[in-house]
Write a protein of this length. Sequence first.
Length: 155
Amino acid sequence: LEGLSKLRPAFKPDGTTTAGNSSQVSDGAAAVLVGRRSAVEALGLPVLGVLRGSAVVGVPPDVMGIGPAYAIPAALKQAGLTVDDIDVFEINEAFASQAVYCVEKLGIPMEKVNPCGGAIALGHPLGCTGARQVVTLLNELRRRGRRWVFIAAPP
């Protein structure tokens, strides 16, 4: 803890975002195949999940990390679901503060968020973070025997 308190702010001289509460850039590769059930079954592949909705929103660049606070409600509405319906959320956490803001703004119980660790714990392999989130949560869904997961991935 002492070492974390000595880290310099990353963006503003008086800021609180440091390398200690930010995700590290990591190497990684992942692929997710999304298609119609009939096509997946024709290829003899297992259906691991069903995509019920999606949303892309824009926020000002100086607050780019809060996009999930606006995209999550839009995607849930499209799917006919609420925060309470979701068993597990995976919210990309480039920075701890932005993830906490989104969770608090939406009233998501913290125990439902990033149960396997998010980008701060697992890394943020640019270009494949969203695929990593999908694979992580589909496996967690099966492990827990739950029904609904929600993934808020970076654009």
